[in-house]
Design a protein around this ligand. Sequence first.
Ligand code: C2E
Ligand code: MG
Ligand code: MG
Length: 717
Amino acid sequence: MAIDTARLDGGDRILAVDHQPRLLDSLRALAGANDLPLDTAETADEAMDLLASGRYCVLLVDLLHPEKAGQQLMRFASERGLELHVVVSTTDPSQSVAVQALRNGARDFLRKPYAPEELVLTLGNALDNRRLTRENRFYQNRLHRSEQLYRFIVDRSPDMIYILDPDGRFTFLNSTAERLLGYRPESLLGRHYEQLVLPEDLPLARHGMNDRRTGERATRNLELRLLRSGDGPDEQRMVVVEVNAMGIYAQAEDSQPGALLGTYGIVRDITERKHAEAMIRYQAYHDLLTGLPNRALFKDRLMATISRNQRSGEKLAVLFLDLDRFKMVNDSLGHSVGDTLLERVAQRLRRCLREGDTLARLGGDEFTVLLPAIQTEMDAIRVSEKCVKALEEPFQVDDRELYLGVSIGIAIAPDHGETVETLVKHADVAMYHVKEQGRGRWAVFEPVMSSRVDHHVNLEHGLRHALEKNELRLAYQPQIDVEVGRVTAVEALVRWQHPTLGLISPMEFIPVAEQTGAIVGISRWVLREACRGVLSWPTANRQGIRLAVNLSPLHVGQPDFVQDILGILQEEGFPPQRLELEITEHLLMSNLDNVVGKLRQLTAHGVSFAVDDFGTGYSSLSYLQRLPIQTLKIDQSFIRALAEGSESHKLVGAIIAMGQGLGLKIVAEGVETHGQLQHLRKLQCMQMQGYLFGKPSETLLEDEELGQRWRAAVGVS
Ligand code: C2E
Ligand code: MG
Ligand code: MG
C-alpha cells in the first residue's frame, strides 16, 4: 500500500558530515547519480543546525572529524529526541573507535575508503530501514487508535456485551458489566455465566445465553433475571434483562463451517421498563385511593376462582358491601373527609379478611369481597358479621366522630350463579334487599329478591308518568256506625292501573313513591279527586258523609303543605269539616314539632285528623292526647286476633276504653266477620270499616243500594 510519507514522523533525507570538502563534493555527486536525498555539512555546528530542522533520518559522519562531530551529533540527536539512523565511517584500522560508536547507538559502520556501491547500498538500506520503522509505527498507531475507538464504543454501550468461550465462560465483558451487575469485568473473566443467573431462570438461560446458533435462529429478546453482586436476598439483587446472543465461528475455509469460538451476547437492562409496565398494570387494576384491587381485577380473580372451583368442587362467596350514610358525610363534610373515610374503611375491612381473600373497591362507597373457598354459607355470614361489626365503631376524622355502617349482600357459587356477572349482580340484589329492610345488616341472596328488585325498578320508572298518563284510580271504602246503622264516612284508597302489570296495590307502590318523591304529586291528586268524587255523589252530600284521605309523611313535610291542602279544598269547594286526614304514628314520632304546628293550623280550619293503623307504632295514648287528633283507627291485626278470643280482646278493650276516655272516636279496621262485629260491639266500639261492610270499590259512590247491604250485615233494620 502506498503511504503518504508526509504524514509519517521525522525527516526523509540524509545528512553527510565530513571535514574534507572534496569528499563531500564527491558524495553529493554520487547521491545525485543514485537518487539519494543527501545534504552535507563540514562543521559540527553547521550539522546541528541542519539536524534541528527535523528533515533528516540518516546521518553519515566521519569518526575522525577533528571536532569529534560523530559523538557530538549523536548526543545532540538523543537530547533532541531525533530518531536518526547513524552510519559511521573511519579510516582507523583498529576499529576500536567504530566499536565504541556502535555501542553508543550508531547502526552501521563503513571503513574508509569505501567503494561507492557499498556507500550507496548502505545509505539506501538505512533510508529503507527508517521508512519501514516509521511505517510500522504508523500502522501500530492506527491500530491502537482504532482499537481505542472500538473499545470506547463497546464500553459506552448502554448494554452489557459479553463473549463466552464454548464452555460458557466469559472471555470478554465490556465495562457496562460493572454498572449492570456490580462486578469489574476482569473479575468475571473465566467465570461461568450460570453464576450470574437467578436459579429459577437457569433453564431459560441455558436455552439462550450461550447460544451456538446464528442468524434468524439465534436468541432474540430472551427475558431473564440476573443477580447483581452482593449478599442481599435474591429479590433485591435481581436485574431484569433481555438477552440477544449468537454463536461466533472461525473464518470458514473451502465453504466448510469454521470452528466454534464461543458466543457473542448483548444484555439489555429492562428493569426500569418492567417497573413502568408493572406500574401501568397496577394502575389499571387498582383503586388509587385505597390501593385495593378495582372492578377489573376483582372480576379477573373471580373468574379464575370460579373455574378453579368448578374443577375442585369448592364453593366461593361474593360479598357486595355498600356503606350506609356515606353519601351524607361526603356531601356535608367534603370530599377530602370522604376520601379519608374510605381509606379507613378499606383498612378495617382488610383486617376482617384472610390472606387469600380479595377486597376490591368498585367505586363510590361500594366494595366487594371474594372468599375463594368456603365450606358453607355460614362462613360467608361470619365474615359479613365481622365486617358489619368493624364498621359499626365510629371513625375519628379531624376531631369528628363519624358513624357509618354497611349493608352486605352475599351470593354463593355455584348455588346462586356460576358467572362473574350473575354472582356480582345477585350479591348486589341481596345488598339492596338489606337496605330496604333497614340497613346495617347482611343477607344471603334468594331468587325472590331478584324479581323484587326488577319489579321495584319497573315501578320506579312507571310511577314517573303514572299521573300524566292518568293511570291512577280511586276506590272508596265505607266506615259504618253500627249503632245508628249509617255510612258515616268513606276512605279514599288509591290504586294504580299499570299498563302491563295490571292493578297495583298501594302497599306496593306507595313506598316506592315515597322514595322517589312522586308521592307528593299523588297525594294532591288523591285529595282533589276524592273531594270531587264525594261531592258528585248526591246521597253522600245529603247525609253529610265525611271523607277520609291518607297522608304521606313526605307531603306533610313540604313547607307549603298547609296552603296546599286548604287551596285544594277551596278550589273544589269541599267543606273542611267533612275531611279527615289519616296519619301514621311513625309520622308523628319522627318530626313532632314541625308536624304538630301544621296539624293545628289545619284543625283551626275545621279539618280533623285520625291516627291510622294504631297499635303498630309506639305512641302512648296519653301522648296522643296532647295532639290535635280526633280519631284512632285500631289496626286490622288486633281485629283479626279478636275472633280467636285471645289477649288481643283485653288489649282492644283497653284501647277503646282509654281512647273514649280521652274523647277520641274509635274506628275498628279490617272487620271481616260477624264474630268480630259482635266482640267490638260488646267493647263499645261502634265505628267500623272492613270487608264485612264493603271492599274498597271504584263504584261505591254510585251505589244507592249500599245502605241496604250493610244494614243486613249489621243486623239492624
Ligand atoms: P289503610 O289506610 O290502613 O287502609 C286500609 C287498608 O286495609 C286498605 O288497603 C283496605 O283495602 C284494607 N282493608 C279494609 N278492610 C279490610 C278487611 O276487612 N280485610 C282486609 N284484609 N283488608 C281490609 P289498601 O287499599 O291496599 O291500602 C293499603 C294502604 O295503603 C293503606 O292502609 C294506606 O296506608 C295506603 N294508602 C292507600 N291509599 C293511599 C293514598 O292515597 N295515599 C297514601 N299516602 N297512602 C295510601
Ligand atoms: Mg287509611
Ligand atoms: Mg290502616
